[in-house]
Design a protein around this ligand. Structure first.
Ligand SMILES: [Zn+2]
Length: 319
């Protein structure tokens, strides 16, 4: 293999993949509905939420985190101005995504896949929201409805965006309805090399057989919802990683929280009650010590937190 310098699109400009360091592969700085933001200017106090996100990212940085991949899709309120300001003030790399969420919005029905691709590709080629910040990853999502007709179209769009640009694909799934495998089917049908794909939210299940089916097809999997203990407690998520490492899958695992510094889906006061450790500090503070205590080595931890994220982004544009 020929060694070569690879770059990934960060919100403040290209980043050498060698400089990614400890990377949280699936997080969100601010999730706030665009329509509601426009209709009700007080829907989100952007200034206050940016300040809060800066604090959270700085706390992660103090624990060794160097890069945060913000996988907020366009229609969950991805705001590149927020991402850029947080990246700048916190001194951490932030990578933004392009792509749409799984929710079946009526406008999407009338759009042919390639017309959507032609629009969204500009996030990667030109920049997002009129800035020079280019998307570094394509987000795709499938949830409780599974791969419906509309979802198949969105997965097709994501696959074509990936093939057109070379930036990796990273997904949201419902780990309990096999949607990770169903996504792989659609991606494969579009000619995607599945080793360029991170199938997300795999940590929500303890079904090792399901995870090994995804892994056998060459994709990375995201153990990426640490802190959502009400979905699956940390101890069970950790046990799944320990078993996957024991079975030799360490080089295909990436870690994250899917945490949101701000999210408008539930009243603000509910989040600390529902998920008190759902923040960017939980992996360094609690998860890594638990993995070490269970016998996972420093080298394996480095593989999951530093080496694998770099691998995901390294082959960008390698077609
Ligand atoms: Zn997410």
């Amino acid at each position: 293999m020929v060694a070569r310098m690879a770059k990934v699109n960060g919100v403040l400009g290209p980043i050498d993949t060698a400089d990614l360091g400890f990377t949280l592969m699936h997080e969100h700085l601010v999730v706030a509905n665009w329509s509601m933001r426009v209709a009700f200017p007080s829907w989100v106090d952007v200034k206050a939420e940016v300040a809060h996100a800066v604090e959270e990212v700085r706390a992660a940085k103090a624990r060794g985190v160097r890069t945060i991949v913000d996988l907020t899709p366009i229609n969950l309120g991805r705001d590149v101005h927020v991402l850029r300001e947080v990246a700048e003030r916190a001194g951490v790399n932030v990578i933004a995504a392009t792509g749409l969420y799984w929710t079946e919005e009526p406008w999407i029905e009338g759009w042919e896949p390639d017309r959507l691709v032609d629009t969204l590709v500009r996030d990667v080629t030109d920049g997002i929201q009129g800035t020079t910040a280019k998307a570094g990853v394509v987000k795709a999502a499938t949830d409780k409805l599974g791969v419906t007709e509309l979802n198949r179209k969105l997965l097709t769009v994501a696959a074509r965006l990936h093939r057109a640009t070379g930036v990796p694909l990273s997904t949201h799934t419902d780990a309990h309805n096999g949607s990770g495998l169903a996504q792989q089917d659609v991606f494969e049908g579009e000619g995607v090399d599945l080793s360029r794909v991170v199938i997300g939210h795999c940590g929500d299940t303890e079904d090792i057989a399901y995870l090994e089916k995804i892994l056998a097809r060459g994709s990375f999997i995201g153990l990426d919802r640490f802190g959502l203990d009400f979905v699956l407690p940390m101890e069970k998520r950790v046990a799944t990683i320990v078993e996957l490492c024991r079975r030799g899958h360490t080089d295909r695992l990436v870690l994250s929280h899917d945490a949101c510094c701000h999210i408008d889906w539930v009243p603000k006061a509910m989040i600390p009650v529902l998920a008190p450790r759902w923040n960017f500090r939980h992996i360094p503070d609690d998860v890594l010590p638990a993995l070490r205590a269970a016998g996972v080595t420093e080298e394996e931890i480095r593989t999951m937190t530093v080496v694998n994220p770099r691998r995901v982004f390294e082959r960008q544009g390698a077609y």
